[in-house]
Ligand binder design. Structure first.
Ligand code: MF3
Ligand code: CO
Ligand code: CO
Length: 266
């Protein structure tokens, strides 16, 4: 396994890309309202990225081995959709929860981040799932420091999710990121403390737990991309791109509209 350590020049470019990705989410937030279609959100984000930010939307035509080229510029995963939801003509309605996942390429480097949005007023269970998943992501991030291991991140996330009766999706994980969208290492959102790769300053990877209100199994839809929960339970996800620093970590995908690190609940 070859996990690259980014140079100071690369890190500076990743800071720029990360902030731009987060600013796309700031931009789109007020448009996430009952009646809007996910296609409309995709078009708005696409035009903002291309015309205003002068970045490349990394998902568009992205085709990893075994996949057809991704047809849109963002991913929109609604309710029981886990990840990689392909925007379409269906209107969002009050009570829906939607993950919007944005990846930009600026000056050849990637920034990758996602947030959950409430459409109108969320139900109590949907809100709880989104809040717990947010804290899962941050509990994982808060483990990051040179000398710690990837398993520390996974355990922190899994423990907190399962303590609420939720389950962690196994088939998708965080990933190294840089001049490539998906690099080594794989960052599992479950595991055992002290196991796996030892973290070193200069590594950059995402933490992006997908947490289901029901059981963990998932299935892929006929479009070849959209992932849904097998039991149709609600699913939530949040994502940040994070740099390992000498003393801990630096979250690269922050902007004025990004919600703050939460207080940790027991
Ligand atoms: N942004 C997703 C991630 O966090 C990947 C989406 S791949 C796409 O890794 F092609 F669906 F956009
Ligand atoms: Co990612
Ligand atoms: Co992403």
């Amino acid at each position: 396994m070859t996990v690259s350590l980014k140079t100071p020049q690369e890190i500076e470019k990743m800071r720029v890309a990360g902030k731009l990705a987060s600013e796309v989410l700031d931009y789109i937030a007020p448009f996430v309202k009952p009646g809007v279609t996910t296609d409309e959100l995709d078009k708005l984000c696409h035009d903002y990225m291309v015309d205003v930010q002068h970045v490349i939307p990394a998902p568009l035509d992205y085709a990893p081995p075994g996949y057809s080229p991704y047809p849109k510029s963002i991913c929109t995963s609604v309710n029981h959709q886990v990840c990689h939801g392909v925007p379409g003509q269906k209107k969002l309605k009050s009570g829906d929860i939607v993950n919007i996942d944005v990846t930009v390429i600026k000056d050849q480097y990637h920034g990758d981040t996602s947030r959950m949005f409430y459409v109108g007023e969320p139900g109590i269970q949907a809100r709880r799932l989104c809040e717990v998943t947010y804290e899962c992501m941050w509990r994982g991030i808060d483990e990051i420091k040179p000398g710690k291991h990837l398993g520390d991140i996974g355990q922190a996330i899994q423990r907190f999710a399962e303590s609420h009766g939720y389950s962690v999706v196994r088939e998708f994980c965080g990933h190294g990121i840089g001049a490539k969208f998906h690099e080594e290492p794989q960052v599992l959102h479950y595991g055992r403390a002290g196991t796996g790769l030892e973290l070193k300053a200069g590594m950059i990877f995402t933490v992006e737990p997908m947490i289901n209100a029901g059981k963990a199994p998932i299935r892929q839809m006929a479009d070849g991309w959209t992932i849904v929960t097998k039991d149709h339970s609600l699913s939530a996800q949040w994502e940040h791109t994070v740099l390992v620093t000498d003393s801990g970590y630096e979250v690269l995908t922050l902007s004025d509209g990004a919600p703050p690190k939460p207080l940790f609940h027991s």
